[in-house]
Design a protein around this ligand. Sequence first.
Ligand code: HEC
Length: 178
Amino acid sequence: MSPLARRGSTLTIILVVLVAVGAIALWIAVANGFSARTPPTAVERVVMQAVHWLSVPRAARTATNPVAFSPDVWAESRAHFADHCASCHANDGSGNTELGRGLFPRAPDMRLAQTQDKTDGELYWIIENGIRLTGMPAWGTGGGNDVDSWKLVHFVPLEGADARAAQGNGGPQPEIAG
Ligand code: HEC
């Protein structure tokens, strides 16, 4: 067999295997349907991480918060969070609400590194623009100067906010209802 023909038959075998795997996956999907109850698979988690990363424009990541942290700002953003965000994210950011648990992907536990490690610019951009193909809506106007969203950024990194509140320069200790 010529090298060209050998390569051709290898490609054919790969193609047949791919079609067979696709057909089996389709058969399983059609038989079982899709439920938002099923935890995301590893592949879905990786895809969502990529979506997060791709969502935020490079320049937006490094944007700094024009609103200074103060007890009043913190109290205001906490009330705002309770009104608009806690239905999915819960007051303590755990995502442990009926809505948050029922979404796919789930409302994340914001106390974990995935959220805590995001820059102010990333958090702001996500709040303003939402995350496509998820339950996270776009809030505000989508511009760079939405003061209410910048205030929320102070509240979202909950551990940071709690720590600053505990040090006495961040206002009252949070009474988180969960
Ligand atoms: C209807 C439900 C819902 C509401 C209301 C909601 N969110 Fe979300 N939010 C989500 C979901 C679901 C995700 C996760 C999406 C994903 O996995 O990509 C998310 C993700 C986020 C993230 C990214 C967290 C991370 O680690 O990736 C931030 C920040 C955020 N939301 C802030 C807010 C704020 C602030 C509000 C209120 C102004 C709010 N959300 C209101 C459902 C909601």
